[in-house]
Design a protein around this ligand. Structure first.
Ligand code: SF4
Length: 77
């Protein structure tokens, strides 16, 4: 199976979604629907909640498909 990894940034935090790991539990869309809307393309829009809300929700992804990274960490490399 092809492994698809997508990145979505709001300028402050970047959400990474690994499609092949997603178990489609729906936790993310139930918890933070404006950002994670499976009926929309692209289905993740990080502009629709605060950075802290995004980080808190991503931590609840049971499969590890979703991760976040602060953009400031990238810049400090
Ligand atoms: S919470 Fe994680 S595993 Fe569940 S649908 Fe969202 S990305 Fe997929």
């Amino acid at each position: 199976m092809k492994e698809i990894t997508k990145h979505y940034s709001n300028g402050e935090v970047t959400i990474t979604w690994k499609a092949h790991l997603c178990s489609h539990s729906g936790n993310c869309s139930r918890g933070l629907l404006p950002v994670f809307d499976p009926r929309r393309r692209p289905w993740i829009d990080p502009a629709l909640a605060s950075t802290q809300q995004i980080i808190d929700q991503v931590k609840k992804c049971p499969s590890g498909a979703l991760t976040t990274k602060m953009n400031s960490e990238e810049n400090n490399k």
